[in-house]
Design a protein around this ligand. Structure first.
Ligand code: 6GU
Length: 268
Protein backbone atom coordinates (compact mmCIF):
# COMPACT_ATOMS: atom_id res chain seq x y z
CA UNK A 1 0.00 0.00 0.00
CA UNK A 2 1.40 3.36 -1.06
CA UNK A 3 -0.03 6.72 -0.01
CA UNK A 4 0.87 9.63 -2.27
CA UNK A 5 0.41 13.20 -1.00
CA UNK A 6 0.89 16.11 -3.37
CA UNK A 7 1.32 19.80 -2.49
CA UNK A 8 0.41 21.70 -5.65
CA UNK A 9 -1.32 24.72 -7.17
CA UNK A 10 -3.03 22.40 -9.71
CA UNK A 11 -4.58 19.47 -7.80
CA UNK A 12 -6.99 18.58 -10.63
CA UNK A 13 -4.05 17.99 -12.98
CA UNK A 14 -2.64 15.39 -10.54
CA UNK A 15 -6.04 13.83 -9.73
CA UNK A 16 -7.12 13.44 -13.35
CA UNK A 17 -3.87 11.86 -14.48
CA UNK A 18 -3.46 9.42 -11.58
CA UNK A 19 -7.09 8.27 -11.74
CA UNK A 20 -6.52 7.17 -15.35
CA UNK A 21 -5.49 3.69 -16.53
CA UNK A 22 -3.32 1.38 -14.41
CA UNK A 23 -2.77 3.79 -11.49
CA UNK A 24 -6.52 4.50 -11.41
CA UNK A 25 -7.27 0.77 -11.23
CA UNK A 26 -4.70 0.40 -8.42
CA UNK A 27 -6.47 3.15 -6.46
CA UNK A 28 -9.82 1.37 -6.89
CA UNK A 29 -8.14 -1.85 -5.68
CA UNK A 30 -6.88 -0.01 -2.58
CA UNK A 31 -3.20 -0.49 -3.44
CA UNK A 32 -2.57 3.24 -3.89
CA UNK A 33 -4.12 6.34 -2.39
CA UNK A 34 -3.86 9.95 -3.51
CA UNK A 35 -4.32 13.03 -1.39
CA UNK A 36 -3.76 16.44 -3.00
CA UNK A 37 -3.42 19.70 -1.08
CA UNK A 38 -3.97 23.00 -2.87
CA UNK A 39 -1.23 25.33 -1.65
CA UNK A 40 -3.42 28.32 -2.58
CA UNK A 41 -5.82 27.34 0.23
CA UNK A 42 -2.99 28.25 2.64
CA UNK A 43 -2.40 31.79 1.34
CA UNK A 44 -1.58 34.15 4.24
CA UNK A 45 -2.24 37.46 2.48
CA UNK A 46 -6.03 37.11 2.38
CA UNK A 47 -6.18 37.60 -1.40
CA UNK A 48 -5.15 34.07 -2.35
CA UNK A 49 -1.63 35.04 -3.40
CA UNK A 50 1.14 32.59 -2.59
CA UNK A 51 4.02 34.18 -4.58
CA UNK A 52 6.06 37.38 -4.32
CA UNK A 53 9.06 39.13 -5.88
CA UNK A 54 12.53 37.66 -5.36
CA UNK A 55 14.82 39.50 -2.92
CA UNK A 56 17.84 40.73 -4.85
CA UNK A 57 15.78 41.27 -7.96
CA UNK A 58 15.61 39.26 -11.17
CA UNK A 59 12.95 37.74 -13.35
CA UNK A 60 9.84 35.91 -12.17
CA UNK A 61 8.16 35.24 -8.87
CA UNK A 62 8.99 33.01 -5.90
CA UNK A 63 6.54 30.80 -3.97
CA UNK A 64 6.45 32.05 -0.38
CA UNK A 65 7.58 29.88 2.52
CA UNK A 66 4.52 30.22 4.79
CA UNK A 67 1.75 28.87 2.51
CA UNK A 68 3.94 25.88 1.60
CA UNK A 69 4.76 25.25 5.30
CA UNK A 70 1.09 25.42 6.35
CA UNK A 71 0.01 23.11 3.53
CA UNK A 72 2.71 20.64 4.63
CA UNK A 73 1.75 20.88 8.31
CA UNK A 74 -1.89 20.12 7.47
CA UNK A 75 -0.65 16.96 5.77
CA UNK A 76 1.86 15.86 8.34
CA UNK A 77 -0.78 15.82 11.09
CA UNK A 78 -2.29 12.80 9.32
CA UNK A 79 0.96 10.76 9.58
CA UNK A 80 2.68 9.11 12.56
CA UNK A 81 6.19 9.19 11.14
CA UNK A 82 7.89 12.06 9.29
CA UNK A 83 7.50 11.19 5.60
CA UNK A 84 10.03 11.64 2.82
CA UNK A 85 9.27 14.92 1.07
CA UNK A 86 10.33 15.14 -2.57
CA UNK A 87 10.77 18.57 -4.12
CA UNK A 88 10.59 18.48 -7.93
CA UNK A 89 13.23 20.75 -9.42
CA UNK A 90 15.68 20.78 -12.35
CA UNK A 91 18.34 21.38 -9.63
CA UNK A 92 17.71 17.91 -8.15
CA UNK A 93 19.30 14.47 -8.60
CA UNK A 94 18.17 12.84 -11.84
CA UNK A 95 15.40 10.24 -11.33
CA UNK A 96 16.14 6.64 -12.33
CA UNK A 97 14.63 3.13 -12.03
CA UNK A 98 16.55 2.17 -8.85
CA UNK A 99 15.20 5.30 -7.14
CA UNK A 100 11.64 4.29 -8.14
CA UNK A 101 12.19 0.81 -6.65
CA UNK A 102 13.56 2.23 -3.41
CA UNK A 103 10.78 4.84 -3.01
CA UNK A 104 8.14 2.14 -3.64
CA UNK A 105 9.09 0.67 -0.23
CA UNK A 106 7.83 3.77 1.65
CA UNK A 107 4.35 3.93 3.18
CA UNK A 108 3.86 7.66 2.53
CA UNK A 109 5.48 9.96 -0.02
CA UNK A 110 4.97 13.72 -0.20
CA UNK A 111 5.63 15.57 -3.48
CA UNK A 112 6.08 19.34 -3.47
CA UNK A 113 5.42 20.88 -6.88
CA UNK A 114 6.98 24.28 -7.44
CA UNK A 115 6.05 26.92 -10.00
CA UNK A 116 7.41 30.26 -11.16
CA UNK A 117 11.13 30.69 -10.42
CA UNK A 118 10.98 28.32 -7.45
CA UNK A 119 10.17 28.09 -3.76
CA UNK A 120 11.69 30.15 -0.89
CA UNK A 121 14.80 28.19 0.13
CA UNK A 122 14.01 28.42 3.85
CA UNK A 123 10.93 26.20 3.70
CA UNK A 124 12.81 23.72 1.51
CA UNK A 125 15.46 23.47 4.25
CA UNK A 126 12.72 22.80 6.83
CA UNK A 127 10.70 20.08 5.10
CA UNK A 128 12.39 18.61 2.00
CA UNK A 129 14.32 15.32 2.25
CA UNK A 130 14.96 14.69 -1.49
CA UNK A 131 15.31 17.04 -4.49
CA UNK A 132 14.63 15.29 -7.78
CA UNK A 133 14.70 16.24 -11.49
CA UNK A 134 13.33 14.04 -14.28
CA UNK A 135 15.96 15.07 -16.82
CA UNK A 136 17.92 17.89 -18.37
CA UNK A 137 15.20 20.11 -19.81
CA UNK A 138 13.01 22.77 -18.22
CA UNK A 139 9.27 22.39 -17.55
CA UNK A 140 6.79 25.00 -16.32
CA UNK A 141 6.15 23.29 -13.00
CA UNK A 142 6.65 20.20 -10.85
CA UNK A 143 3.29 18.54 -11.57
CA UNK A 144 4.33 16.52 -14.62
CA UNK A 145 7.59 15.41 -12.93
CA UNK A 146 5.60 14.35 -9.82
CA UNK A 147 3.24 12.36 -12.07
CA UNK A 148 6.17 10.73 -13.86
CA UNK A 149 7.65 9.69 -10.52
CA UNK A 150 4.33 8.42 -9.11
CA UNK A 151 3.72 6.37 -12.26
CA UNK A 152 7.17 4.76 -12.12
CA UNK A 153 6.89 4.14 -8.35
CA UNK A 154 3.33 2.74 -8.60
CA UNK A 155 4.29 -0.03 -11.00
CA UNK A 156 6.87 -1.21 -8.43
CA UNK A 157 4.19 -1.56 -5.71
CA UNK A 158 3.19 -5.25 -5.35
CA UNK A 159 -0.16 -6.02 -7.02
CA UNK A 160 -0.36 -2.87 -9.14
CA UNK A 161 0.63 -4.70 -12.32
CA UNK A 162 -1.03 -7.93 -13.44
CA UNK A 163 1.28 -10.90 -14.09
CA UNK A 164 1.09 -10.08 -17.80
CA UNK A 165 2.00 -6.44 -17.21
CA UNK A 166 4.83 -7.40 -14.85
CA UNK A 167 6.64 -8.90 -17.82
CA UNK A 168 7.17 -5.33 -18.97
CA UNK A 169 9.58 -4.83 -16.07
CA UNK A 170 12.10 -6.78 -18.17
CA UNK A 171 12.99 -3.69 -20.22
CA UNK A 172 15.52 -2.29 -17.78
CA UNK A 173 16.05 -5.31 -15.55
CA UNK A 174 18.82 -6.78 -17.69
CA UNK A 175 20.35 -3.31 -18.19
CA UNK A 176 19.56 -3.37 -21.93
CA UNK A 177 16.94 -1.60 -24.04
CA UNK A 178 13.94 -3.69 -25.11
CA UNK A 179 14.01 -5.73 -28.35
CA UNK A 180 11.50 -4.90 -31.16
CA UNK A 181 7.99 -6.37 -31.00
CA UNK A 182 5.71 -7.54 -33.84
CA UNK A 183 2.06 -8.63 -34.04
CA UNK A 184 -0.37 -9.63 -36.80
CA UNK A 185 -0.44 -9.42 -39.74
CA UNK A 186 2.65 -11.39 -40.79
CA UNK A 187 3.15 -8.95 -43.67
CA UNK A 188 2.11 -5.31 -43.38
CA UNK A 189 2.45 -2.93 -46.34
CA UNK A 190 5.18 -5.13 -47.79
CA UNK A 191 7.12 -5.36 -44.50
CA UNK A 192 7.56 -8.89 -43.11
CA UNK A 193 7.93 -10.02 -39.51
CA UNK A 194 11.48 -11.38 -38.92
CA UNK A 195 11.17 -15.11 -39.85
CA UNK A 196 12.86 -16.36 -36.65
CA UNK A 197 9.81 -15.12 -34.68
CA UNK A 198 7.55 -17.44 -36.72
CA UNK A 199 9.90 -20.44 -36.42
CA UNK A 200 8.54 -21.73 -33.11
CA UNK A 201 12.14 -22.33 -31.97
CA UNK A 202 12.20 -20.69 -28.54
CA UNK A 203 15.96 -20.88 -28.15
CA UNK A 204 16.52 -19.06 -31.43
CA UNK A 205 13.84 -16.50 -30.60
CA UNK A 206 15.47 -15.74 -27.22
CA UNK A 207 18.91 -15.44 -28.81
CA UNK A 208 17.60 -13.13 -31.56
CA UNK A 209 15.85 -10.91 -29.00
CA UNK A 210 18.93 -10.72 -26.80
CA UNK A 211 21.06 -9.76 -29.83
CA UNK A 212 18.53 -7.10 -30.89
CA UNK A 213 18.58 -5.67 -27.35
CA UNK A 214 22.38 -5.50 -27.42
CA UNK A 215 22.40 -3.90 -30.89
CA UNK A 216 19.80 -1.27 -29.96
CA UNK A 217 21.60 -0.41 -26.77
CA UNK A 218 24.88 -0.07 -28.68
CA UNK A 219 23.27 2.31 -31.16
CA UNK A 220 21.20 4.46 -28.82
CA UNK A 221 22.68 4.20 -25.31
CA UNK A 222 26.17 2.65 -25.63
CA UNK A 223 27.18 3.79 -22.11
CA UNK A 224 24.59 1.33 -20.68
CA UNK A 225 26.63 -1.59 -22.05
CA UNK A 226 29.46 -0.85 -19.58
CA UNK A 227 27.40 -2.28 -16.71
CA UNK A 228 25.98 -5.32 -18.56
CA UNK A 229 27.29 -8.85 -17.95
CA UNK A 230 28.04 -10.61 -21.24
CA UNK A 231 28.10 -14.39 -21.48
CA UNK A 232 29.93 -16.43 -24.11
CA UNK A 233 27.14 -16.17 -26.68
CA UNK A 234 26.86 -12.41 -26.15
CA UNK A 235 30.58 -12.03 -26.76
CA UNK A 236 30.28 -14.14 -29.90
CA UNK A 237 27.56 -11.80 -31.17
CA UNK A 238 29.63 -8.71 -30.33
CA UNK A 239 32.59 -10.21 -32.22
CA UNK A 240 30.35 -10.88 -35.23
CA UNK A 241 29.23 -7.23 -35.15
CA UNK A 242 32.84 -6.03 -35.09
CA UNK A 243 33.69 -8.28 -38.03
CA UNK A 244 30.58 -6.93 -39.85
CA UNK A 245 29.23 -10.48 -40.26
CA UNK A 246 25.64 -9.45 -39.55
CA UNK A 247 23.18 -7.59 -41.77
CA UNK A 248 23.50 -4.63 -39.43
CA UNK A 249 25.97 -2.02 -40.69
CA UNK A 250 28.03 -0.91 -37.71
CA UNK A 251 29.82 2.44 -37.74
CA UNK A 252 33.53 2.78 -37.09
CA UNK A 253 32.74 4.61 -33.86
CA UNK A 254 30.55 1.71 -32.68
CA UNK A 255 33.29 -0.80 -33.57
CA UNK A 256 35.87 1.17 -31.58
CA UNK A 257 33.51 1.33 -28.62
CA UNK A 258 32.82 -2.43 -28.77
CA UNK A 259 36.49 -3.35 -29.12
CA UNK A 260 37.39 -1.39 -25.99
CA UNK A 261 34.40 -2.81 -24.14
CA UNK A 262 35.37 -6.41 -24.97
CA UNK A 263 39.01 -5.75 -24.04
CA UNK A 264 37.98 -4.33 -20.64
CA UNK A 265 35.49 -7.13 -19.92
CA UNK A 266 38.09 -9.83 -20.61
CA UNK A 267 40.61 -8.20 -18.26
CA UNK A 268 38.30 -8.20 -15.21
CL1 6GU B 1 11.45 18.24 -11.44
N1 6GU B 1 10.82 20.51 -12.60
C1 6GU B 1 10.82 21.36 -13.65
N2 6GU B 1 10.20 22.55 -13.54
N3 6GU B 1 11.42 21.10 -14.79
C2 6GU B 1 12.03 19.92 -14.88
C3 6GU B 1 12.07 18.99 -13.84
C4 6GU B 1 11.44 19.33 -12.69
N4 6GU B 1 12.76 17.91 -14.25
C5 6GU B 1 13.14 18.17 -15.49
N5 6GU B 1 12.72 19.38 -15.87
Amino acid sequence: MMNFHVLTLFPEMIEDALRTSITGRAMTKGLLSLHTVNIRDYSVTGNGRIDDYPYGGGAGMVMQAEPVMRAYEALQETMEKKPRVIYLTPQGQVFHQKMAEELALEENLVFLCGHYEGVDERVLEEIVTDQVSIGDYVLTGGELPALVMMDAISRMVPGVLSNQESGETESFQNGLLEYPQYSRPEEWRGKKVPPVLLSGHHGNVDRWRRNQSILRTLRVRPELLESVEFDKKDRKYLQSLIRQETENRITEEEINFLSKLLANKTKS
